[in-house]
Design a protein around this ligand. Structure first.
Ligand SMILES: [Zn+2]
Length: 250
């Protein structure tokens, strides 16, 4: 299907953008070279724009899977990028403390694996671009007809790390705190047991994982998440378990 469909609040629901990175381009090759330098020299900062220059950096739409080798990097600087997605290997950047993709307006979601970065405390994310952000409640793309494929042929369960085919994996959205922001995350699940291990989202966000789509009812706009607030959160009208079963029965 082409184009967009209207969500429950009248905003257009976009589809998740495909990975259209040209992996033979000079920009990509230079980025891969830079990652190798940062890894070999055990640098603590990853700032690809400085190494590539603005023109080449503008041609980067995702990051190489080798970012998983940057286990000493504490600060990731992606200011003003054209990135459309971040690969799940970011979860292997165990030293990451500060993540700054500010004004990367095509970054609407992040991989759940970023929650594995246990030292990540500080983030600067342009939240208006994010699916489900409290200001606009931008609709979540429907994962039932628009599953997300990463670059590799298989995918790992975001919870237990089991390797899965794209036929087996069950994908869902969940909003969680990353650094200093509430961020929509794409989670890859192998089973209901792994789904039950997902953390509970913060107040004013849908309190369960879901498949997105035009029928999804989000909380009202304009109420930000603060740790002190204890307002009522909307009840799960349709928990993910049901979605998973429905999906499998199809
Ligand atoms: Zn699992």
């Amino acid at each position: 299907m082409f184009g967009t469909i209207k969500g429950d609040i009248g905003m257009n629901i976009s589809k998740v953008k495909l990975d259209k990175q040209d992996r033979h381009s000079p920009a990509w090759q230079k980025l891969c070279e830079y990652i190798k330098i940062v890894a070999d020299e055990q640098r603590e900062e990853f700032a690809p724009r400085e190494f590539l220059g603005a023109d080449l950096f503008a041609q980067i739409y995702t990051l190489p899977e080798t970012i998983g080798t940057l286990t000493r990097v504490k600060r990731v600087r992606l200011y003003g990028s054209n990135l459309k997605r971040i690969p799940p290997e970011i979860g292997e950047m165990s030293a990451l403390e500060n993540f700054d993709p500010y004004t990367s307006y095509d970054l609407c979601w992040f991989p759940y694996e970023i929650t594995r970065c246990k030292n990540l405390r500080d983030s600067r994310i342009s939240t208006r671009a994010l699916y489900g952000n409290y200001k606009h409640r931008k609709p979540f793309p429907d994962l039932r007809d628009n599953p997300v494929r990463y670059f590799s042929e298989t995918v790992r369960c975001s919870c237990c790390r089991r390797e899965l085919s794209y036929q087996e994996v069950n994908q869902a959205w969940i909003s969680l705190c990353i650094g200093t922001d509430v961020v929509p995350l794409l989670v890859n699940l192998c089973s209901e047991a792994c789904e039950r291990q997902l953390p509970t989202p913060p107040p004013h966000y849908l309190p369960y994982a879901h498949k997105g789509g035009p029928d999804l009812k989000q909380p009202p706009r304009g109420i930000p998440y603060t740790k002190s607030r204890k307002e009522e959160i909307p009840a799960a009208e349709e928990p993910l378990l049901k979605f998973i079963r429905k999906n499998r029965e199809k």
